[in-house]
Write a protein that binds this ligand. Structure first.
Ligand code: HEC
Length: 109
């Protein structure tokens, strides 16, 4: 999954930085740039905490931010799908705050 790849990339970067402290980078070393929004953070707003804790454990925020502008019903369906199809550990009482957040920041209320 993407998260594994990112973790591996960070581990490699860490190893590279540690090595750079003692020796010059090897010839042909590749520098990578992560796309700006492939990150692990959502836009600020009410409910961002629960949304980040619930939605960014499996994939990056880009899965949300690159969607078209979705309605409340569509965001609700996404959250339900993440729970039922992919087993996201989201409790019943977290659904409404998450849907409120997604609709306000990435949707059309
Ligand atoms: C248990 C892991 C997991 C969690 C937690 C999770 N997702 Fe996903 N999500 C997935 C998987 C798996 C896919 C499909 C991945 C693929 O196709 O590359 C996906 C895909 C998506 C997509 C792309 C459209 C689609 O339906 O495939 C969106 C949007 C999305 N997730 C939003 C969310 C939101 C919002 C949350 C928090 C409420 C969330 N995800 C939490 C696993 C998860």
């Amino acid at each position: 999954m993407k998260r594994v790849a990112i973790t591996a990339a960070i581990a490699l970067l860490g190893a590279g930085a540690a090595a750079a402290a003692t020796v010059a980078p090897p010839k042909g070393a590749v520098s990578i740039t992560l796309p700006g929004d492939a990150g692990m953070a959502f836009k600020p707003g009410p409910g961002v905490g629960v949304a980040q804790a619930s939605c960014l454990t499996c994939h990056s925020s880009a899965y949300v931010s690159t969607q078209p502008v979705l309605s409340r019903a569509q965001w609700t369906a996404e959250v339900v799908k993440m729970r039922t199809a992919y087993g996201a550990p989201i409790t019943d009482d977290q659904v409404t705050p998450i849907v409120d957040y997604l609709t306000a920041q990435y949707g059309k209320p």
